[in-house]
Design a protein around this ligand. Structure first.
Ligand code: ATP
Ligand code: MG
Length: 423
């Protein structure tokens, strides 16, 4: 962590924003009798002489500095609520032309908020890149770019992918599925696909060896639940008999006979959620399948509280929130008002994963490109062996395969702002 490196380095050209001036500009005052008082105070956390020098120089309260930006901390003023502070984000971004995140911290000393200022703005489009997974024994997907470089996540929880029509759900889903089938063998990853929008989005994956089931109707969806329930029973028995608690320990023990991770995609959940038996099968599956390596990915363009219910959401460990129609839907998806509704659309979103919220721009990929990339994985008459899949991947690598080791922006290597948790 190059924390405070600029203090000892006079050549550092980082442009530190004078928030005090900005707050004044934005009218962040309250009326106190006749006297207008500024109500946002910067918090004096650093008492060392370096900090004091810095403070007089920049009139800011810098508490963290990395290669990617810096953080300033402020006290939440009396009479301000979370929404007031979150509402600052857009205004500050507009004024400073920088990407900004606001995060709340409550401690015994009171409530604070951090303004994180990023040096680089996300572009509005990144073309698809095939990224070799940084970890071997886990199923990892690179979604696109976050503020700190490539952004990936491990498929080890159920996933919700939500956003209004045209926000980029199907494109993001194609990025995820294409990365998965090109990076993992069918013996490592299997797909069950339920496309409830006429089957037009996911049918391109229907004929590859990874895909164990593809359906575009409710009956087919119910059949998938039945098949996966059987598979779940089989997996529970295997775990029970070997006295192990989850797929991770099972695959560690039986290295030659690993259980593949199963991803069950339900594209446009709103079309099927009214069916009572699907509701109950889904609820049971969500609560039981995670430990045995069967993960469900649900998308919907109508993420209202009626469809994305509390029961559903509490079982979704990974939330991908794209642009929503309004602030209420933003709150339903990501527990924040006025965040997702203000996004650009077109694959611009926030991911909630492992307790953190990160902005991202997902890779752009279109149907033709997917077809071209996965053509070689399609099952001909005879079954494809895993070795063939492997050789296809090697060929694809020649076609512009990107090794994350070549990219020192990888999020896994980033020295991020997490040190703040210790403050
Ligand atoms: N990651 C992206 N980068 C750039 N443009 C994108 C991205 N994702 C989507 N778009 C643009 O937005 C359009 C709509 O995307 P997409 O079909 O994925 O939305 P959707 O959320 O699935 O919509 P619907 O709910 O109607 O199915 C795409 O045709 C493309 O032009
Ligand atoms: Mg779609």
């Amino acid at each position: 962590m190059k924390l405070f490196n600029f203090l000892s380095n006079n050549d550092n050209k980082m442009d530190i924003i004078n928030f005090e001036k900005l707050f004044i500009l934005l009218g962040l005052y309250i009326n106190d009798g006749d006297v207008k008082k500024q109500v946002i105070y910067q918090v004096d956390y650093m008492n060392n002489s370096q900090y004091k020098r810095h403070k007089t120089k920049f009139n800011g309260c810098l508490i963290g500095l990395t290669d990617y930006g810096y953080i300033e901390r402020f006290r939440v003023p009396y009479s301000f609520n979370k929404d007031d502070i979150e509402g600052l984000k857009d205004k500050l971004e507009l004024q400073t032309n920088k990407s900004i995140d606001i995060e709340f911290i409550s401690s015994s000393n009171g409530a604070y908020f951090d303004i994180k200022v990023y040096n680089h703005k996300l572009k509005s489009k990144y073309n698809f890149e095939l990224i070799e997974p940084p970890i071997k024994d886990k199923i990892v997907v690179t979604l696109g770019y976050g503020r700190l470089g490539l952004l990936d996540f491990i498929i080890d929880k159920h996933i919700g992918l939500f956003g209004e029509s045209g926000s980029g759900k199907s494109t993001t889903l194609k990025t995820i599925l294409t990365q998965l089938v090109l990076n993992y063998k069918p013996s490592e990853l299997q797909l069950y696909l339920s496309d409830n929008k006429g089957g037009t989005e996911l049918n391109i994956y229907s004929n590859i060896e990874h895909t164990k089931a593809f359906t575009k109707d409710i009956k087919g969806l119910k059949d998938i639940f039945k098949d996966l329930n059987k598979e779940a029973d089989r997996r529970y028995n295997l775990l029970f008999n070997s006295k192990l608690e989850d797929i991770k320990s099972y695959n560690n023990k039986f290295k030659k006979d690993k259980l593949p991770v199963i991803l069950f995609v339900i594209e446009e959940f709103a079309s099927v959620y009214k069916d009572k038996s699907i509701q109950s099968m889904l609820q049971l599956a969500l609560s039981q399948w995670r430990s045995i390596g069967i993960y469900i990915l649900i998308t919907t363009q109508r993420p209202s509280s009626k469809i994305v219910t509390g029961d559903l959401k509490c079982n979704l460990g990974i939330i991908l929130g794209l642009k929503t129609l309004d602030s209420n839907n933003s709150n339903v998806v990501i527990d924040k008002y006025n965040l997702l509704n203000n996004l650009r659309g077109n694959g611009h979103g926030y991911i909630r994963y492992n307790g953190k919220l990160n902005e991202f721009q997902s890779f752009y990929i279109d149907h033709t490109q997917v077809k071209r990339l996965i053509r070689k994985l399609e099952i001909k008459k005879e079954n494809i062996k895993d070795d063939n899949v492997k050789s296809n991947i090697i060929e694809l690598k020649k076609e512009g395969y990107k090794d994350p080791k070549d990219n020192n922006n990888n999020i896994g290597e980033v020295k991020d702002f997490s040190f703040l948790n210790d403050l």
